[in-house]
Write a protein that binds this ligand. Structure first.
Ligand SMILES: [Fe+2]
Ligand SMILES: [Fe+2]
Length: 503
């Protein structure tokens, strides 16, 4: 019963945000078109608009026939957009955060156009919203909003000009497409410059083809360059605000986190070097597998880089960081050992928050062990005839809630399992990886991850390709090191036991 209520509550929230989205588009558009139609402004807006334009006169608000037609047009557009989003963009229309951000971006974009209109029309930064939606949410959603925003912008500007309409539609779509592939700050400049250049050439050609405004062809073309460039500059400048307000993780933010000079990665390298190197391999594995199944591979890589930062609290309790002979676990009970091992996910989230890691990365840290059992210490406790409950030896979870988190979990486990093989052959590596994936599947750890069986097979193939290259070659050198072989084997076996429980 409680679940039904929760679901209804969640649905209600989604309807509420859908209404906000509709209102922000329909309401803002209608209001601004109304203001454009009338030279005078209504009472309630008088003071606000006076601030921007002291020449505005006070008057009562009145709707004329022309305006009603414009509002009807906006209503039809809103409904068409609503139906399209409902049928083809369900992911967007069911995500409250994305709808809230889009509502705010659209409203501010339209206000920006309206208030900057005293500058030449083509130089108005009309594409800020399109760029932001493409960067933060989705390129397809951005393109559909561009179609509708183009028509509304045309109505607000009050221009009956085919060249300008085409400019809004084509340059807007171009901005959405190029913004989608922006991964760092430098690309912001290069992609922005390219889009501005193409935009000015496009306006130049349309003006000449349609002979719209022959006398001012060059000025109009230069203005369109300025307008597009300004759109990129404003989008770039306000991006951190949107990231912060709506908790977005952009590729730009992720690329910053991949820099080895990031203070947290530096700490990991100095204080837990074994974990650092393990995380790098897991990062490569996760990225390749995630790219192959069409997930957010950059997020998977960064999530993997930071997945074990919780080990910074007690690095020497984890085998990969033990440089001294004695294992500290020998001095404590298996229950305490399990507690220390299990707490590295919770500690990781705390440390991640301190360093302001994005929420999606924190989710991966929290979910990378799901609710799996720390089998080694559970077995050790049982062998010592202790009365222990299995629950105390399981990670807190939750199980991975996204493709990326599940792939990091699998990459983490297969890397540890393959590394623990004493003399791996390609067949052994494949069998081990298959085994690990099967175990996680049977244990229900992948139930909420959206991964299909087909995708699991693709992930498996990619893991085999990478790990065979890394571990098979390394073993061929060891064949000739007969004197150290035995001690190596002992170390690897002991790591196997620990890694199964701790990584
Ligand atoms: Fe790990
Ligand atoms: Fe871990």
């Amino acid at each position: 019963m409680l679940k039904i209520f929760e679901r209804w509550h969640e649905r209600k929230r989604i309807y509420y945000y859908r209404f906000i989205l509709f209102f922000s588009f329909f309401g803002t558009s209608s209001l601004l078109i109304a203001l454009s139609k009338r030279k005078e402004t209504p009472i309630i807006w008088n003071k606000i608009f006076r601030f921007f334009n002291p020449e505005i006169k006070y008057s009562k608000f009145r709707i004329d026939g022309d305006l009603s037609a414009a509002i009807l047009l906006i209503l039809i557009l809103s409904l068409i957009m609503g139906v399209y989003l409902y049928l083809f963009e369900r992911k967007f229309i069911d995500n409250c955060r994305d709808m809230a951000a889009t509502s705010a971006i659209i409203a501010l974009n339209l206000l920006l156009i309206k208030f900057l209109l005293p500058i030449p029309t083509y130089a108005v930064p009309a594409f800020v919203g399109v760029i932001l939606i493409s960067l933060l949410i989705d390129v397809r959603v951005s393109i559909i909003f561009n179609v509708i925003l183009s028509i509304v912008t045309l109505l607000i500007v009050g221009m009956n000009n085919l060249s300008f309409a085409l400019h809004l539609f084509v340059t807007g779509s171009l901005c959405a497409i190029v913004s989608h592939s922006i991964n760092n700050r430098l690309q912001f400049i290069s992609h922005g410059f390219l889009a501005s250049l193409i935009s000015s050439l496009f306006v130049l050609s349309t003006e000449l083809v349609f002979k719209m405004n022959e006398a001012e062809v060059l000025t109009t073309s230069a203005n369109s360059f300025i307008g597009t460039a300004l759109s990129f500059i404003i989008a770039y400048g306000t991006l951190p605000v949107w990231e912060y307000l709506f908790d977005f993780t952009t590729p730009i933010r992720l690329m910053e986190l991949s820099n080895p000079n990031h203070p947290l990665l530096k700490r990991l390298l100095l204080e837990a070097p074994g974990t650092y190197h393990h995380s790098l391999i897991v990062g490569n594995l996760a990225e390749i597998a995630c790219e192959a199944v069409g997930g957010n591979y950059l997020l998977a890589r960064i999530g993997a880089y930071y997945h074990d930062i919780g080990k910074l609290k007690r690095p020497f309790y984890f085998k990969e960081n033990q440089i001294i002979e004695e294992d500290p676990h020998n001095r404590i009970t298996p229950t305490l050992s399990a507690l220390i091992i299990i707490s590295h996910t919770k500690d990781g989230v705390e440390i991640g928050k301190e360093y302001r890691l994005p929420r999606q990365v924190l989710d991966i840290i929290k979910q990378h062990h799901g609710t799996t059992k720390v089998a080694f210490f559970y077995g050790k406790a049982l062998s010592q005839n202790q009365q222990v409950s299995e629950e105390k030896f399981r990670y807190d979870g939750p199980i991975p809630q996204s493709k990326e988190a599940a792939i990091v979990m699998l990459a983490d486990s297969v890397e540890a399992a393959v590394r623990a093989l004493s003399s791996p052959t390609p067949q052994m590596i494949e069998a081990t990886i298959r085994n690990v994936i099967q175990e996680k599947l049977l244990d229900g750890q992948l139930n909420n991850s959206d991964l299909t069986f087909k995708e699991l097979e693709i992930i498996l193939e990619n893991f085999i390709k990478v790990l065979t290259g890394v571990f098979h070659k390394r073993v061929s050198y060891n064949i000739f090191e007969d004197s150290s072989n035995k001690s190596d084997e002992v170390m690897v076996r002991s790591e196997n036991i620990h890694s199964k429980s701790a990584r």
